[in-house]
Ligand binder design. Structure first.
Ligand SMILES: [Zn+2]
Ligand SMILES: [Zn+2]
Length: 253
């Protein structure tokens, strides 16, 4: 169907060359995707090559190839992100939070700190930043909405309470949330966001999109079919992709 979160240059361990682009698009074709969206981390800006993606995409007329960005959101860095977004007409922009007040919390070296902290405080601190990201007007999508669960720490307070303001901001600004299947391969071993959040997102009428968060070609489209199945079971009837920052709707019926 669609995979709107793949990293062509990974963690800067691969080049944005023709061969690599073809590997991603070949895998997308094999998985039967209709739409694929490149969204490299903004910190590898100098390694990106959007014109080459557009050129190679011409050999794949059956695929809608979108170009996006996964922007690192930190409060008070809106101007930096805005400047990047002015450089290229992106189809979509994922705002992601991998840092809380300078703490890069999602790397494995930081797991012990998660267990040392008060779980509710951990979640509150994270969702505060998510709310600001959703309200800043720069993004089409919020990435891996409950990433803070990555190591399996669960809050005492109901997740719907902790995420309430963030969801309100997402809805108010018309953003989409992705089912990001990569969480299954992290210690928490489940998709982002969790099922109760998915049901609440559906209840609030927020649009879903899909992403594998692939950092190499083989992972493109991984578990996307299962994510669609879960969404359908939660009553979701359609999901969205993006073209030129406008939503493109896909029926799940
Ligand atoms: Zn991310
Ligand atoms: Zn990513």
């Amino acid at each position: 169907m669609l995979d709107l979160h793949v990293h062509l240059v990974g963690h800067n361990d691969r080049e944005a060359n023709r061969e690599n682009i073809r590997a991603f698009l070949d895998q997308a074709s094999r998985r039967g995707l209709k739409e694929i969206g490149f969204a490299d981390h903004d910190y590898y800006w100098d390694q990106m090559n959007f014109p080459l993606i557009r050129e190679v995409a011409k050999d794949y007329p059956q695929l809608d190839v979108r170009i996006g960005l996964e922007a690192e959101y930190r409060p008070n860095e809106e101007e930096r992100i805005k400047h990047l977004l002015e450089q290229y007409p992106f189809d979509f922009v994922i705002g992601s939070i991998h840092e809380i007040a300078g703490w890069a919390f999602d790397i494995s070296e930081e797991e012990a700190k998660h267990w040392q902290k008060d779980a509710d405080e951990l979640y509150r601190g994270y969702f505060e930043v998510v709310t600001r990201a959703a309200s800043c007007g720069l993004f089409t999508t919020i990435g891996h909405f409950d990433l803070i669960k990555i190591f399996g720490v669960r809050p005492r307070t109901d997740i719907l309470v902790l995420a309430d303001e963030s969801l309100t901001a997402v809805a108010a600004h018309g953003l989409a949330l992705e089912v990001n299947t990569n969480g299954r391969y992290k210690p928490v071993q489940e998709f982002y966001p969790e099922q109760r959040l998915r049901e609440e997102i559906q209840r609030r009428g927020i649009d879903f999109t899909l992403g594998s968060d692939a950092h190499c070609a083989e992972v493109v489209g991984r578990d996307i079919d299962e994510a669609i199945l879960l969404l359908r079971q939660s009553g979701v009837r359609s999901i969205v992709g993006f073209e030129n920052r406008a939503k493109v709707s896909y029926s799940l019926d």
